[in-house]
Write a protein that binds this ligand. Structure first.
Ligand code: CMC
Length: 391
């Protein structure tokens, strides 16, 4: 009992102050530390955006190269961690592996877990950003039965990740700059998105003073759901299942049918009620990448036509449902060669930047308290216990 505001799903509750990311959902605006996502995705790099989110300002040239050097120094994972992978079945979902191995980092790095020390917090943050690509590539390599590839520190963050994922020891591997640029842009588009479910999860877990690596593992678990980061995998699977444009109307009809739980994956957003600005950039990038790689994917046509039909359909207009960031990303990732079950892992890799930035911001906030929502109790009133023989 007591008087609490009832707000299931937190549609109208601000849980914290934050200076990281601004969203205007009606206008379709997304800013990181004041810079628009359009400009950042066009002109910046993922490492620069990571610096911006963590430190608050764009780096100078020297600051950026120092930061890249710091991240690069932490790309290796403890050799013992590779044995952890062998405990999983080869057909394990890579997100299941990521929940395990990222959480397991907490058993390796005891010198960066005193959360009262800002230096240790920054080391933990750097380690997480640096090791995610290594762990993600290992999850992929494990699933296809190829040897793990060690990081190479002369490559960019994204180039190194591509090489750890796609190279094999027997052959030379050259990072394709078009792919490197496109993937780096996808990482920028996923770097942060204010108090979404997984970021709120990381904050809530961190509010108890929990180990930072364990907090990020909690974020990964939350991101996995199809209503959140899992939507990129679900969206491409859906587009492939639709297969040809003539089958689109039946899927739109299903999405509108209240008796059918089916939803158009990659459509709709809690905050954006106009258009997801990330989807605009993503759609443009798909076109560029497919053209540059000289590949055509019939699924892109299906996606474009599905968007077109939905945008002219009363149901979608009335409910303000538009493509979100996850609608087009899968088409690029698939053209690059990632299997669908790696898509959400890539989202997690990029969002780690936002997660650690929020975690640091929360811990240094003097108003920070353990997150502890209340409830409206709906169970029985107090009643006497009845011994089992009398029930
Ligand atoms: N297809 C068909 N109908 C939909 C869809 C959709 N994709 N999304 C929402 N609706 C309907 C929903 O049925 C509801 O109708 P009614 O008011 O008649 O009950 C109305 O629109 C509002 O939906 P809601 O579920 O109350 O809205 P929400 O803010 O709680 O959910 C959402 C937002 C993103 C979870 C939801 O739109 C959804 O499930 N979309 C599909 C999954 C998806 O693409 N998720 C990715 C989100 S973006 C980035 C990320 O986090 O990864």
């Amino acid at each position: 009992t007591g008087m609490f505001t009832y707000d299931p799903g937190f549609t109208s509750t601000a849980s914290c102050d934050s200076a990281l990311t601004f969203i205007d959902g009606d206008e379709g605006v997304l800013l990181h530390r004041g810079y628009s996502i359009e400009e950042l995705s066009e002109e910046s790099s993922f490492m620069e955006v990571a610096y911006l989110l963590l430190r608050g300002e764009l780096p100078s040239k020297d600051q950026l190269s120092d930061f890249e050097g710091t991240i690069t120094r932490h790309t290796m994972v403890h050799e013992q961690l590779s044995t952890f992978y062998r405990g999983f079945r080869r057909d394990a979902h890579p997100m299941a592996i990521m929940c395990g191995v990222v959480g397991a980092l907490s058993a390796f790095y005891h010198d960066s877990t005193d959360i009262t020390d800002p230096k240790q917090r920054m080391i933990a943050s750097h380690r997480l950003i640096a090791k995610m690509p290594t762990l993600a590539a290992m999850a992929y390599k494990y699933s296809v039965g190829q040897p793990f590839i060690y990081p190479r520190n002369d490559l960019s963050y994204t180039g190194n990740f591509l090489r750890m994922t796609f190279s094999v020891p027997a052959e030379e591997y050259e990072v394709n700059p078009i792919i490197e640029k496109a993937l780096d842009r996808i990482f920028i588009l996923h770097a942060d998105h204010e108090q979404n479910a997984s970021t709120s999860t990381v904050r809530l877990a961190g509010s108890s003073g929990a180990n930072p690596f364990a907090c990020i593992a909690a974020g990964i678990a939350c991101l996995w759901g199809p209503a959140h980061g899992g939507a990129n995998e679900a969206a491409l699977n859906m587009l492939r299942e639709i297969g040809t444009p003539d089958r689109i109307p039946s899927y739109i009809a299903r999405a509108k049918n209240k008796d059918d739980p089916f939803r158009l994956m990659g459509f709709g957003h809690r905050v954006y009620k106009n258009y997801d600005p990330r989807a605009t950039v993503m759609q443009k990038t798909v076109r560029e990448v497919l053209t540059a790689l000289n590949v055509s994917d019939p699924v892109f046509d299906v996606a474009l036509q599905l968007e077109e039909m939905a945008l002219h359909d009363d149901y979608f207009i009335e409910k303000k449902l538009f493509p979100n960031v996850d609608f087009y990303s899968g088409i690029i990732l698939s053209a690059i060669g990632f299997p669908t079950d790696m898509f959400t892992v890539l989202f997690a890799l990029a969002r780690t930047v936002g997660w650690v930035a929020h975690w640091n911001e929360m811990i240094s906030d003097p108003a920070q308290k353990i997150g502890r929502p209340r409830q409206l109790y709906t169970g029985p009133a107090q009643r006497p216990y009845v011994p089992v023989e009398k029930r």
